[in-house]
Design a binder for this molecule. Sequence first.
Ligand code: AHR
Length: 508
Amino acid sequence: MSHPDTTPARFTLDPAFAVGIVNPRLYGSFVEHMGRCVYTGIYEPGHPAADADGLRQDVLDLVRELGVTTVRYPGGNFVSGYRWEDSVGPREERPTRLDLAWKSTETNEFGLSEFMDFCAKSGMEPMMAVNLGTRGVEDAVRLLEYCNHSGGTELSDRRADHGDKEPYGIRMWCLGNEMDGPWQTGHKTPEEYGRLAAETARAMRQVDPGLELVACGSSSSAMPTFASWESTVLQAAYDLVDHVSLHAYYEEIDGDRDSFLASAVDMEHFIESVVATCDHVRARLKTDKRINLSFDEWNVWYQKRPNPHHVEDWQQAPRLLEDVYTVTDAVVFGSLLIALLRHADRVTAASLAQLVNVIAPIMTEPGGPAWRQTTFYPFAQASAYGRGRVLRVEVDSPTYTTARFGEVPLLHATAVMDDETGDVTVFAVNRGQSDALPLRIDLRGVDGHTLAEHLVLADSDPEAINTADRPDRVTPHTATGTTLSDGVLHAELEPLSWNVIRLTHGQN
Ligand code: AHR
């Protein structure tokens, strides 16, 4: 139940109090070989919008509009059975294999070179994962040599023979995926994984000391081994890795929308717990080095819902995880983005899982259109305006009661200042389902700003969705009544809404 209170939520912005600088990698995403993310998602030769390489231009346009900076590939659970050499070279010679993770068939028609082409055309940085499920140190080093070595060795020359003379120069590498999960092919204990991650990292650094390496953290904070997993793995690999990963997915359970709307409470707690664990190991090891966080899978995902599509085992590109997102989901999604930004000092990379069709902001139909889900908008707006310095926001807000998290503030907010222009953007969510929330922001040390716009994603129908037939049913609209005078901003946040309030500095 939301609170019928009309007490304003409020906070003060002062550039002297900052959290940290947003790493552009916070706006990363994830392409896994699963479902229709790749096939009939980003890649569909013969589609009217496909280019000569089979990449859908309509999807590429949306990916650029979304503002994605990095893309994790090729999994996910898929990577734990990945044989990279199957996915390179002449297409007609690539083998078709069983994908054990998703009980699907992988044709390898789209492989490493096609992925790099996709990254180049969309302007995204690749973030590659190595298989530490069925494979190990040697294979990781061979893949690295194939990708990044300039030439003159068997594998780098093989890449050139395959048409890619220039090395790919991939900087960021994930050391496996969710190795704590019993569902993972080649699942390991923390001791086994810590040792393997350290040895793999050591060998990869022998090839290139400048790589940025991500060790697997827990698959979720609910895992029985959570925190002890991170501690054991980091104890073994601390000096050899740069990031530890976090994964979290949220959904509305048993109609408890109030708790669902407060999902970011859990996400922030998760982040703070992993930071504490990393810093505990740092203290134990008596080192100055700091491990940062790669939140490389996050989203709303209705895991408990049955798949509405009929899927047979070993189908190619089956319809898996094609969740359709409502306005409510987009508000929670925006709140998760706010949680990431509020911890931008330590969360220096993140990947929205996933990019197209599979729990994704972009949907496609084979041979048909591509469109934006509701969740597309908060991501695109955060990526466009959430660059620069995150200002510390201490919210004083009316609260509401949730079954899962107790008393929770109705307002969830953050603010980002562009250091070049001085522009400030506030991102704010009203978690209340029935009442507008008055908001007052005191701007201290933020002079000479004018209100550029206040955009809102909200709807009289919180279940409203976008579909192929009505792709623009849900889009952001402009709020009325927001004012800025004498250094004080007043706004009314619609019930269950995601808000972007842009303040521009000077004449720009
Ligand atoms: O994103 C879908 C799946 O969720 C990924 O393959 C896996 O890593 C996670 O469990």
